[in-house]
Design a protein around this ligand. Structure first.
Ligand code: KMH
Ligand code: ZN
Length: 310
């Protein structure tokens, strides 16, 4: 991967893992998602990774209609790159998950590079009271949950988005996922530069030990040489430790309440912007530069905000 002192900060503002009872700061309604996204962009996020939720219950909602109230408002108010999830929630089918990206043809969409156990049931040890009925089942159900991303599923998303000029945030939760990406590269179904989002600390995927981070980077270097742009996210309490290590290795970083509801040990983040501000301080503290949205577009070879369908 070419060395660069310009760092792309991605912010994943709400996701589909955390639930409303865990923090009052989780964006749920379209207004809250717009405010969170614009606040994150203002603070320095060049890419906004977006999921949608039911405004009343906060339950993950992957219907294109659920994205419609906030996508155009975000596009009009910021130059930041909009990245639409195709992961949705691991309880959804790949057809459901791919619909919003197919409809809205974003510059970037996430693409999960392998099937895996996806356990967030350990959170039940911490949260016992829930505002909404779906929350307990959402957590407990993950004890028996497989986040399905078969080669056929990945081909489906690639085919569904083919021709839209959408490029991907390749979510790699383990070393095998890098080899899966290499497989699709060999078949010419994905074009470099590959924007690899290494995910650390999700139960069912790779851990958060510095050796795990080194191993991911070393393997990506060996498989993709200069054809990839590396980014990392650390789940939960390891968010900023993983970010710091990756920054010192020339990596880009992802923060946001999708990945962690904390800003410091035992202290809830009051907003996505607060995490992006902390990320910016880390980047600048290391003598690096925060990428603007257009610098991120150039680095990742994106089609431009005027080419999307929202
Ligand atoms: N929830 C993250 C760990 C997706 O949206 O496609 C990974 C993710 C998946 O963001
Ligand atoms: Zn996501």
């Amino acid at each position: 991967m070419p060395a660069s002192d310009t760092v792309i900060i991605t912010c994943a503002v709400t996701g589909a893992i955390h639930t409303p009872s865990m923090t009052p700061h989780l964006p749920i309604t379209p207004d809250q998602i717009v405010d969170a996204a614009l606040g994150a962009a203002e603070a320095g996020a060049a890419i906004l990774h977006l999921h949608a939720r039911d405004p009343g219950t906060g339950k993950p909602d992957q219907s294109p209609e659920a994205f419609a109230p906030f996508l155009p408002r975000i596009k009009q108010a910021t130059a930041a790159v909009v990245n639409i999830t195709t992961g949705g929630s691991p309880y959804m089918t790949v057809a459901e998950r791919a619909e919003p990206a197919a409809r809205y043809k974003p510059e970037v969409a996430s693409l999960n590079m392998g099937s895996m156990n996806f356990g967030f049931f350990p959170l039940l040890a911490k949260y016992t009271e829930f505002k909404h009925d779906w929350e307990y089942d959402h957590l407990e159900g993950s004890r028996d949950l497989v986040f399905r991303n078969s080669f056929k599923d990945i081909e489906y998303v690639l085919r569904t988005c083919a021709g839209n000029g959408t490029r991907f945030e390749f979510e790699c939760y383990d070393i095998s996922h890098l080899y899966n990406l290499a497989h699709f590269a060999e078949r010419g179904l994905v074009e470099p530069p590959f924007f690899i989002q290494s995910v650390f600390g999700l139960l069912g995927g790779i851990g958060t030990h510095p050796e795990d981070v080194m191993h991911m980077k070393r393997t990506a270097d060996r498989l993709f040489g200069s054809d990839f742009r590396w980014s990392v996210l650390g789940a939960g309490k390891d968010q900023f430790r993983i970010a710091t290590q990756a920054l010192s290795m020339g990596g880009n970083i992802r923060v946001g309440l999708e990945d962690s509801i904390w800003i410091a040990r035992g202290e809830l983040a009051k907003s996505n912007a607060q995490q992006v501000e902390k990320a910016r301080r880390l980047v600048e503290g290391l003598g690096l530069k925060v990428a603007t949205p257009d610098e991120a577009r150039a680095i990742l070879g994106l089609k431009g905000a005027d080419q999307v369908a929202f």
